[in-house]
Design a protein around this ligand. Structure first.
Ligand code: NAD
Length: 295
């Protein structure tokens, strides 16, 4: 029997609608709307598109936008000054510095200084440390999106064997930590893992976050397993042109898995939806922290 598809587009739409409703309730309670600040240095069209999409999605759910665009030759100190002001601005709940930055700006160094309470990407070393220790913090968006897909399909996580292929700071490591926090038994695989297929076959939940088209074969999948394909790979089509495929050999996998995410339309749409969730969470926690400082 063919696996059931996990419709990330539909679930992302649901999440956005929930955030929109919760933002409206938050504002109705008398709070300032959450605010998302984006900082883009330079004129890379792909980066401008990403930032534009994030601001557009924020506006659609009632999140205020603070869209800072600096020229290609902006200095490191100038960017640092803007980030410092945003960190101190109570209207700003979340801050994103779009990477990469031009060479004169140490983008990674500056991003690492975003305070954890406003780190809505959840990728700074401090946020990663909070996650690793299971302490409260903002979680990276794509891994949170994966957990949301599992939860909304009632996939049992506690006690399940979860195998994550890939150990990047962006996806593999944080999703492993989230699965562990949800009481799965987690195995993390990488480019040096011996007999990857054998390890994958143990998985009740298999997450592939590698960036290699079709790496995970159908016979690596335990019958009935849940397969989450994070990979986004552009490949040539036989008749010319290109198309997007994941890290899982989808046609083979679909005959074995119980649940599977398609590419595109699986994990992809969840990332921005979870960024919006994080921005609302950050706003709530900032008000909570300010209140407990007064009491
Ligand atoms: P990365 O290149 O930073 O990390 C890849 C990981 O895969 C590494 O840990 C490496 O050890 C492992 N790996 C490489 N070759 C392997 C092999 N042959 N066998 C086993 N493991 C191997 O990549 P990333 O940033 O984690 O992204 C992974 C994929 O997910 C990419 O296709 C990327 O485009 C996609 N992605 C999608 C989203 C989204 O859907 N929103 C977000 C982030 C990344």
């Amino acid at each position: 029997m063919a696996a059931q598809l996990i419709d990330g587009k539909a679930i992302a739409r649901e999440v956005r609608a929930e955030v929109k409703r919760e933002v409206a309730e938050w504002v109705a309670e008398g709070h300032e709307a959450p605010g998302l600040a984006t900082v883009l240095v330079g004129d890379d069209p792909a980066s401008a598109l990403y930032v534009g999409n994030k601001q557009k999605a924020s506006a659609e759910v009632g999140i205020q936008g603070f869209d800072h665009r600096l020229p290609q030759d902006a200095g490191h100190d100038e960017v640092e000054g803007i980030l410092r002001d945003l960190a101190a601005d109570p209207r700003v709940s979340g801050i994103l510095l779009q990477l990469p930055t031009p060479p004169q700006v140490d983008g990674a160094g500056l991003a690492a200084q975003i305070p954890p309470g406003k780190d809505v990407d959840g990728l700074t070393p401090l946020s990663a440390g909070l996650l690793a220790q299971g302490r409260r913090g903002l979680r990276p968006c794509t891994p949170s999106g994966i957990m949301e897909l599992l939860r909304r399909h009632d996939v049992p996580i506690q006690g399940a064997e979860a195998v994550v292929v890939g150990r990047s700071d962006l996806v593999g490591r944080p999703v492993s930590a989230l699965l562990l926090a949800a009481n799965a038994t987690v195995t993390v695989c990488h480019s040096k893992t011996r007999d990857l297929g054998e390890v994958c076959r143990r998985a009740d939940i298999l997450v592939a976050a590698v960036g290699r088209p079709g790496l995970v074969k159908g016979d690596w999948i335990k019958p009935g397993a849940t397969v989450i394909d994070v990979g986004i790979n552009r490949v040539e089509k036989p008749g010319g042109g290109t198309r997007l495929v994941g890290d899982v050999a989808f046609d083979e996998a679909q005959g074995v898995a119980g649940l599977i995410t398609p590419v595109p339309g699986g994990v992809g749409p969840m990332t921005i939806a979870c960024l919006l969730q994080n921005t609302l969470t950050a706003a709530r926690r900032q008000v909570e922290t300010a209140r407990s400082a007064i009491e």
